[in-house]
Design a protein around this ligand. Structure first.
Ligand code: RIB
Length: 305
């Protein structure tokens, strides 16, 4: 099993549940509130991988204020190697405000904090450990130039690179074409393809647009429906699993983790997406990003049905 490297963000998540989202200028009462030392798409993916039993290292930066050092302990407790995680003195880590409404939809605001300091030099400084990994996971909550730098340094390496283009923002062509797998949800896919994505036909069309621009393969997350695998030769749905969902926050991160782990074990793309769907479904069964991220036996049990 190849070692998996996650490069990306940490956030301290301030979570709120409300019946509906407020209108502009309106104040509403939340029915649930929590401050969670666990969040940020990068660290969520690393923690999900650790829970699933992967050999995983995290590359990123935390501030020493507002629960940053506590977050380092969370990573270690979940089996994530932290030799490439710096705790920056006198600095705030990234933070996110996450609101979940009665339909189990969410909206997020993020503050970059020390995620903005994850620069190309940090990749170079940790290259010995990073370059020894076989599977890489990236998202878009650290500077784009750092992801581009890692991509350039991986040139010529035998590796698998998964890029979760989240949060939605324009993607430099080198990243669009350089990743082995792009794993957008419908919002990110729609933004990248320049159209709105709802129906299966929309997914097919939007994936086709990205493939025509040079994307190699797209694993488009479609929420409860599951995920679509789109390549230049095929387009198919891998159905999702039914669970009692409480909160979708970090379901996408758990999906990426499950997909990366299964691929690293040599499973087919279809089987890897099925494994990812099961892990992601289970992660929605508690409030917050990391609360319900499953261990491997729970995923295997859901897969067995
Ligand atoms: O994907 C979910 C994550 O997005 C949250 O944990 C929040 O911190 C934002 O990064």
């Amino acid at each position: 099993m190849a070692r998996i490297c996650v490069i990306g963000s940490f956030n301290i998540d301030i979570m709120a549940a409300c019946q509906r989202f407020p209108n502009v200028g309106e104040t509403i009462v939340m029915n649930r509130f929590d401050l969670q030392v666990g969040g940020g798409k990068g660290a969520n993916q690393a923690v999900a991988l650790g829970r699933l039993g992967a050999d995983v290292m995290m590359v990123g930066k935390l501030g020493d204020q507002f629960y940053g050092p506590e977050y380092l302990a969370v990573l270690k407790r979940n089996g994530v190697s932290c030799e490439a995680v710096e705790v920056v003195p006198n600095a705030f880590p990234g933070a996110a405000f996450v609101a979940v409404d009665g339909n189990r939809d969410n909206v997020l605001y993020i503050y970059p904090g020390t995620n903005a300091l994850v620069d190309p030099a940090w990749v170079d400084r940790n290259w010995d450990a990073i370059g020894a990994c076989g599977v890489f996971l990236m998202q878009l909550e650290i500077p784009m130039e750092t992801n581009l730098h890692l991509l350039a340094r991986l040139d010529g390496h035998k590796r698998t690179l998964i890029l979760d283009p989240a949060p939605a923002r324009p993607l430099p062509p080198a990243l669009l074409t350089g990743a082995d797998y792009l794993t957008p949800n419908e919002v990110e896919l729609g933004m990248l393809a320049g159209m709105s994505v709802e129906s299966e036909e929309d997914f097919r069309t939007a994936c086709g647009i990205l493939l025509s621009q040079g994307a190699r393969a797209i694993i488009a997350k479609a929420g409860k429906r599951g995920a679509f695998i789109a390549t230049p030769d095929s387009f198919e749905l891998v159905p999702g699993f039914r669970v009692d969902a409480v909160d979708p926050t970090a379901a996408g991160d758990t999906f990426n983790a499950g997909f990366a782990l299964a691929l690293s074990e040599g499973k087919s793309v279809f089987e890897s997406v099925r494994f990812a769907n099961a892990a992601a479904a289970l992660s929605t069964t508690a409030f917050g990003a990391q609360g319900a991220m499953p261990d491997r036996p729970r995923v295997e049990a859901l897969l067995r049905g």
